[in-house]
Design a protein around this ligand. Structure first.
Ligand SMILES: [Fe+2]
Length: 351
């Protein structure tokens, strides 16, 4: 059985209004205390890089995501104290307890009560079993992770082929957009974990096209206003398809926002500037670059150099100006002595 005298790690998750500082100050001299947003905590759980001994989860902000997280914590046998706003009523308390909370606490709570609840959990015999189960779970979780990553990559790659198969002129489009996005993301300094999420998000950016009629999607000529309106629903359709994948919210956000423009004239929501999520801004450039350098029924593909100039011309209007600068540097690097590199050249450069 786990050595219970070892230093305990307490995670404070999704806190607001200074609760995290208060609790960290109160508990820090007795245990290790770490503070996380719900999103960051989720990604640590998913990556199996964090197994706290006790979790304080604030239920007053993002209630639906907090309950989803509570379910995951229950599955992983991580004891959790839910923090509820005072005067909220019994219904939420019962929902927390039936959803897997070890205990609840109404805020503000006195120091002595907080310490009493914490000590009670650590000295309860049930805690020993929870810790034991948790470490058994952890070993299994870590050993399964490599297989899950491989499976995830294979599923999304084959799904991207299905998306591109809707249109004979977009074969390999999603894979190339994922590749270009990852190159750009890497140049932006994203870490490996973020690059993986960006890669998956880019693979799925056009998944909403699965719901588009073939007659519109494969129409060789110019689209009518009515047909354009139909095509412009693919970001929201994609968002609706992907939004249930709550462990990777970036996928649904990229699907929804990859046709937004920096100047706010894009669709579907007319977001502008940095309100457009970073991954969507990256995929937007990669998407346009691949569209321009791929063959279409009505035009020949542009060279990398020509497409690079087009991207530069849309700096600050369609695209994030900083990302355009970084993209231009990358494209220049791939064009040497008047020779335009092929996709395979790009691939081998990043391998
Ligand atoms: Fe799209």
């Amino acid at each position: 059985m786990k050595d219970l005298s070892a230093t305990k790690l307490i995670a404070l998750v999704g806190m607001c209004d200074g609760k995290e500082q208060y609790l960290a100050h109160l508990l820090a001299n007795r245990m290790d205390v770490e503070i996380y947003s719900i999103k960051k905590f989720y990604s640590h759980l998913f990556e199996a890089t964090l197994y706290p001994d006790l979790c304080f989860l604030d239920m007053s902000e993002d209630v639906s995501r907090s309950f989803m997280l509570l379910g995951s914590l229950k599955t992983l046998n991580i004891p959790t104290i839910c923090i509820l706003p005072s005067g909220i009523g019994l219904a939420l308390e019962l929902r927390c307890l039936s959803g897997g909370a070890y205990d609840v606490m109404y805020w503000p709570e006195s120091k002595s009560e907080i310490l009493k609840k914490t000590d009670f959990i650590f000295h309860n015999t049930i805690f020993e079993q929870l810790v034991f189960d948790k470490h058994v779970n952890r070993e299994k979780h870590v050993s399964d992770k490599d297989n899950i990553d491989t499976l995830m990559h294979q599923i999304l790659s084959s799904l991207s082929v299905s998306i591109d198969a809707k249109d004979s002129y977009t074969q390999g489009h999603s894979l190339r957009v994922a590749l270009y996005s990852t190159i750009l993301g890497k140049e932006c300094g994203l870490d490996d974990e973020s690059l993986t999420l960006l890669h998956y998000s880019a693979l799925m950016h056009d998944i909403g096209k699965i719901g588009m009629p073939d007659a519109v999607l494969r129409k060789p000529g110019k689209l009518s206003d009515e047909e354009r309106k139909i095509i412009q629903t693919h970001p929201t359709i994609g968002y609706d398809i992907l939004k249930t994948i709550t462990l990777m919210p970036d996928m649904s956000l990229v699907a929804r926002f990859h046709h937004e423009r920096w100047d706010g004239t894009g669709y579907p929501d007319g977001l502008d500037g940095v309100d457009i999520p970073l991954y969507a801004r990256i995929v937007s450039i990669a998407d346009a670059f691949d569209a321009m350098t791929s063959e279409r029924s009505y035009r020949k593909p542009l060279t990398f150099e020509e497409a690079g100039k087009e991207i530069l011309a849309c700096k600050g209007t369609q695209f994030d100006p900083q990302l355009v600068e970084i993209s231009s540097d990358i494209i220049q690097r791939y064009i040497s002595n008047g020779k335009v590199l092929t996709f395979d050249d790009v691939l081998s450069t990043t391998a």
